[in-house]
Ligand binder design. Structure first.
Ligand code: BGC
Length: 339
């Protein structure tokens, strides 16, 4: 243990691991130290960056409870191969628990094998592996949110708006012409959010007509380009823009701003996430609403689970679904909620 302690402390220093605090309980240094390796799919993702900030904050708070936490972060720039190498590096550096936001959620096998060989438990987050992969080993967990719920809530926001403002149906044809901006194909949130949002509108008796959709991979600039194309095709026919996340809703707004549309000619924009920029847009009423993706709750759950897995303490207090899942609820955000 002593050798491991020195090794880890040395590596922490040489690799720039962020160390938060020191363990309060004498003589239990090794057992109480939580060395978390965090691997995430891409450094440019607004929501993931905010979630990483929450995780740093959580580890500081955990420190206040009297134990040492070290965290090391690796962004994979969208390459699963890079992420596999990074996970190996993190394990070699002495991390005793991993938090992994997969690049390709259908391809976790190499990471699972590495973790199992070294007996390092893995908490996947935000990009959910398929159920079969989650069963590959009994030390695999997932922390995220229920994709279906966010889509349903986005649909409910749209229903409430359409019912309260007849002017949204600008051409008065009794139908809402809409377009969708979708996240990465294959991401659980992209597929399910779109389906549930549209189903909710229909279930509530709103007649809708899908004019088009664009895949913008969660990205604001890509969403702006997609939206510019859709506007050139459909001009002012578009009455509602359903975006799978806030960044893409903001990209759509950027497109309209670029074309100097007047406010009365704008469609309704709805996002998901409640990122800082997203909330600001709701506050300014540029975006009609969003659905809060509880990054604070997810970070807290990850930190608690990581600590419990390493120290063996507190596992009984963690509520797991199907023994390995934690899902945090979403909530609806409109300008009045922010007031
Ligand atoms: C978020 C997106 C984010 C994606 C990354 C989703 O849950 O809503 O904003 O880009 O996760 O995996």
């Amino acid at each position: 243990m002593e050798v491991k302690k020195i090794l880890v402390a040395g590596l922490a220093a040489s690799l720039g691991i962020q160390l938060f605090g020191a363990c309060a309980r004498e003589g239990s240094y090794e057992e109480e130290s939580v060395y978390v390796g965090v691997a995430y799919y891409d450094q440019s993702d607004t929501f993931i960056n905010a979630l990483i900030d929450c995780l740093k904050e959580e580890s500081r708070e955990y420190e206040d409870k009297g134990c040492e936490v070290a965290m090391q972060f690796r962004g994979a720039g969208g390459s699963q191969r890079t992420q596999n190498d990074q996970v190996k590096e993190l394990i070699d550096a002495g991390c005793n628990v991993l938090c992994v936001n997969l690049v390709d959620r259908a391809d976790p096998s190499e990471i699972i094998d590495l973790a199992r060989e070294n007996d390092v438990p893995v908490i996947f987050f935000n990009r959910e592996p398929v159920a079969e992969d989650m069963m590959q080993w009994d030390r695999l967990y997932y922390v995220g949110a229920l994709a279906g719920q966010s889509g349903t809530m986005q649909g409910e926001l749209a229903v409430e708006l359409i019912r309260s403002d007849a002017g949204i149906d600008r051409n008065r044809d009794g139908k809402i012409q809409y377009v969708v901006l979708e996240g990465e194909p294959g991401h659980q949130d992209a597929i399910i959010r779109t389906e549930n949002a549209v189903d909710t509108l229909k279930r509530n008796g709103i007649e809708v007509e899908k004019l088009s959709y664009g895949i913008a991979n969660w990205n604001r600039a890509q969403a702006q380009n997609q939206m510019l194309q859709m506007i050139s095709q459909h001009q002012n026919q578009i009455e509602l823009v359903l975006a799978n996340n806030d960044d893409m809703a903001l990209g759509a707004i950027d497109a309209y701003e670029k074309l100097n549309y007047t406010e009365s000619a704008l469609p309704v924009f709805l996002g998901i996430d409640g990122t800082d920029v997203g909330l600001e847009a709701v506050r300014e009423e540029k975006m009609a609403g969003t659905v809060y993706n509880d990054k604070e709750g997810q970070a807290k759950a990850m930190m608690e689970l990581a600590a419990a897995l390493v120290t063996g303490e507190g596992m009984d207090k963690i509520e797991l679904e199907k023994e390995r899942y934690i899902f945090l609820p979403y909530s609806k955000i409109t300008p009045d909620v922010l007031d």
